[in-house]
Design a binder for this molecule. Structure first.
Ligand code: PLP
Length: 423
């Protein structure tokens, strides 16, 4: 077994803040203080949803206590305050992902809705019979089913970039799939089931060489490192708020302005129109064209507070802490006999999927829960990934910057208990 000394402490990472104190950070997350069955909660299900810092909850509370009104239409003070807060949040998100303009940020319900929006507008306009859409073998169902539905409707074909046994996409195979009938490439930035960080820049470049636009599912990436949509040059980027320390029910779709402009609207209703008569409706400008009806106002504002919070913690600190946790957990878990890690790509985020010989993942999760440890078990909305590895399910521990080495030690003890029980 390897020793702890082989793992660099977070402070030795270039640029990491020497002041970073995980215990201080944990003070911002009151939920983490509780006990589960009398044991301290060890929350390792961050890839399913992250916990919310106090500032996000305070922002939501403050909004309802002082500013609540409908936005964009009211002349009264509260409506103006609410509108301003909502539009400020859009600018915060724009800066957070380095979009060129705030009108390129469309507030949606979730990453799922962001992808469906593109499939139902861009997709329905551009994809015709005989055309092709490319996804990868490690997509979340959210980035498979909308394209499948579209392809079925249009008589188009879904093509899949394969991956190797480590859980890395085969770029040579990808290259072969690109052809003049390809209308879109839709690929995940970080796999929620495997933790793989895909070489998304290269994937985008290769598609662009043939003038094919690329949608990136960034649901897992946005919480783990700085995303720069302009540097990536992606055409669409989907983010979900609740995995990013923000509230549920809000996410964003980034799209290049000229592309969004050329797309038909998604849903019809209030706000997305310029004028309506029974003969004809004309549509509003970006981003309102894609935001029909009263949006999740407080959700957007809460997401704004969340991205501010994450920025304040700092990407270097987040990267250093999560890298340390991933290395330490990988090392500790690898040493357990009968445990196999699923997803061993060279480039990985702090997501650890594993199976234990002779034990169903569900039982792993149940026994860990009794120890106060929250992990996810199942197919992680990525059934094709399970099929690829010929397993029914995995247990998955996913770490955030507020997790600690001590929590990983608790996890390891818990897994040892599982192995004992099933011996
Ligand atoms: C969670 C997740 C989604 C879907 O996010 P929702 O918030 O459920 O819409 C899509 N893709 C990946 C990779 C995810 O992890």
């Amino acid at each position: 077994m390897k020793t702890d000394q082989q793992i660099a402490p977070p402070d030795s990472s270039p640029g990491a803040d020497l002041e970073f104190d995980v215990e201080k950070i944990r003070e911002d997350f009151p939920i983490l203080k509780q006990k589960i069955y009398g044991k301290p909660l060890v929350y390792l299900d961050n890839a399913a949803t992250s916990q919310k810092p106090q500032v996000v909850m305070d922002t939501i509370h403050h909004y309802y206590v002082t500013d609540n009104a409908n936005i964009h239409r009211g002349v009264h003070c509260l409506s103006q305050r609410a509108t301003e807060a909502y539009e400020q949040a859009r600018v915060k998100v724009q800066r957070f992902i380095h979009a060129a303009e705030s009108r390129e940020i469309i507030f949606v319900r979730s990453a799922t809705e962001a992808i469906n929006l593109v499939a139902q507008t861009y997709g329905r306009k551009q994809v015709q019979a005989g055309d092709e859409v490319i996804v990868s073998a490690m997509e979340h169902h959210s980035n498979i089913v909308p394209w499948q539905m579209l392809c079925e409707e249009k008589g188009a074909t879904l093509r899949v970039i394969p991956m190797n046994d480590e859980g890395e996409l085969l770029l040579d195979e990808y290259e072969k799939l690109l052809n003049p009938r390809t209308r879109l490439v839709a690929v995940v930035h970080i796999s929620n089931a495997l933790g793989t960080i895909n070489p998304i820049q290269e994937i985008i470049e290769r598609a662009h060489q043939q003038d094919i636009p690329v949608l990136v599912d960034g649901a897992q990436a946005a919480p783990h490192f700085e995303v720069d949509v302009q540097a990536l040059d992606c055409d669409f980027y989907a983010v979900t708020g609740h995995k990013l320390c923000g509230p549920t029910g809000v996410g964003i779709l980034y799209g290049k302005a000229d592309l969004l402009d050329s797309m038909p609207p998604f849903q019809g209703g209030g706000e997305m129109i310029r004028s309506v008569t029974f003969e004809k409706t004309t549509y509003n400008v970006l981003p309102h064209k894609f935001e029909a009806g009263t949006p999740n106002i407080v959700g957007g504002i809460g997401l704004g507070a969340a991205v501010d919070y994450v920025s304040e913690v700092g990407w270097k600190n987040i990267a250093a802490q999560e890298r340390e946790l991933l290395l330490y957990a990988t090392q500790q878990l690898s040493a357990l006999s009968g445990l196999r890690i699923i997803g061993t790509a060279k480039e990985k985020a702090s997501i650890l999927s594993f199976v234990i010989e002779g034990v169903h993942a569900h039982d792993v999760g149940t026994i860990l829960d009794q120890e106060g440890i929250a992990v996810r078990t199942g197919h992680h909305c990525a059934q094709p990934v399970m099929d690829r590895f010929q397993i029914p399910a995995t247990a998955r521990a996913s770490f955030a910057f507020y997790n600690t080495r001590e929590e990983i030690d608790v996890l390891v003890k818990g897994i040892q208990r599982v192995i004992e029980v099933f011996k």
